[in-house]
Design a protein around this ligand. Structure first.
Ligand code: PLP
Length: 375
């Protein structure tokens, strides 16, 4: 299908091409100097001590749960209004996801009040998601975490560059995870990053990423080591040099791209301000978003499927963020906490995501809004 306005459009230029070429010519493809530099640059951008590049954000989230010792018998609170990887990472460890509702029909982030209501003596951690790039209420969440002595994992898949009261998200939790999947703000195709300020956690994460091995292939290649020990159960959650090199270029473009996203969202909001059949979440949000996606909430009377079909007929691709996790077949058969998710379920029925990407044209926003209004 060739779209007039796709949901997301990825454009690389000579900078990514030549970065990839350089790696290919070097003959070293697994984790090496590019990866190290990417980690160093990313940690300095976010403002954390340690960063490890991973094969995906899902891998990063899995490692985060394991590094914090989460397992069978534990409960972890997270939103149901998220990508399924958020709660899958809990299920992988044998722990039980307990879903908490979002704040309201205008703030799609997990509600601090609902988090607190779901805490039991089994609760070990909270995973928050900065939905669409809008930071959660970190003052309240950090207070809850402290009061109840819990761990905090930030799922920052939507939010590289977003800030809460001048502080980058990813610096509030014990561990934070980022995604570099194709359609994310910083894209390497597949890829992720796990960050922390805690040295002990960093050492654990490093082992988890590569089979619990004490040395890497690079160390041995450089002659720093001849052998290795395996000291814990680990995985192959490594990134490679090609993607790390793309990531470094993309990181340099991130702030500019996030700013373009903001300008497009501002324009969307202006153009849609007259429309009676929708509301726009986070409309007057004060913190700095990374504007990962542009979600709107449709009026009850609008048939979303018909609307999406109509937009598709006119070459406009839209999506839904999200169908609530607890409503998926797999999760219905699983033992999870899924009471009182009223707002999540309403949003799941009525949310629509309109196209947004840094190189989108204002005329394309006009086109989307016009077709939308025709409907
Ligand atoms: C994309 C996404 C993930 C998973 O990222 P991958 O890199 O594809 O594994 C996790 N959480 C959220 C909220 C996401 O949007």
């Amino acid at each position: 299908m060739s779209w007039k306005v796709p949901l997301f459009d990825l454009r690389f230029d000579e900078k990514e091409f030549s970065a990839v070429n350089k790696v290919l010519k070097s003959g070293w493809l697994t984790m090496g100097e590019e990866t190290k530099e990417f980690e160093r640059e990313f940690s300095s951008y976010i403002g954390v001590k340690y960063a490890l590049a991973t094969s995906s954000c899902t891998a990063a989230l899995h490692m985060a749960n394991l590094a914090l010792g989460i397992g069978v018998g534990d409960e972890v609170i997270c939103p149901s209004l998220s990508f399924v990887a958020t709660s899958n990472s809990i299920v992988y460890t044998g722990a039980k996801p307990v879903f908490a509702d979002v704040v309201s029909l205008t703030d799609f982030n997990i509600s601090p009040k609902e988090i607190e209501r779901k805490i039991t003596n089994k609760t070990k951690a909270i995973i928050i998601v900065h939905y669409a790039g809008y930071p959660c209420n970190m003052d309240e969440i950090c207070a809850i975490v402290k009061k109840h002595d819990l761990f905090l994992i930030e799922d920052c898949a939507h939010a590289p560059g977003a800030e809460y009261k001048g502080q980058k998200v990813g610096t509030f939790g014990d561990i934070a995870c980022f995604s570099f999947f194709s359609n994310k703000n910083l894209s390497t195709g597949e890829g992720g990053m796990v960050v922390t300020n805690n040295e002990e956690l960093y050492e654990k994460l490093k082992l988890l990423r590569s089979h619990g091995m004490t040395t890497l292939t690079l160390d041995r290649h450089k002659g720093h080591a001849f052998s290795y020990d395996v000291v814990s159960l680990g995985f192959n959650y490594r990134i490679d040099e090609i993607r790390a090199a793309i990531g470094r270029v993309q990181l340099k473009k991130l702030d500019t791209n996030n700013k373009k996203r903001k300008e497009l969202v501002d324009y969307y909001k202006e153009r849609l301000s007259e429309c009676e059949f929708i509301s726009i979440p986070f409309k007057d949000y004060k913190e700095r978003s990374s504007y990962h996606i542009f979600p709107i909430l449709l009026d009850e009377k609008i048939n979303r499927t018909q609307l999406m079909k109509y937009l598709r007929e006119n070459g406009i691709q839209t999506s839904i963020h999200y169908r609530p996790i607890h409503q998926f077949s797999f999760y219905k058969d699983l033992e999870v906490g899924c009471s009182d998710l009223t707002y999540t379920e309403i949003i799941g029925k009525r949310e629509l995501t309109l196209p947004l990407y840094p190189n989108m044209q204002y005329s394309q926003v006009d086109y989307v809004v016009n077709i939308f209004n025709n409907f």
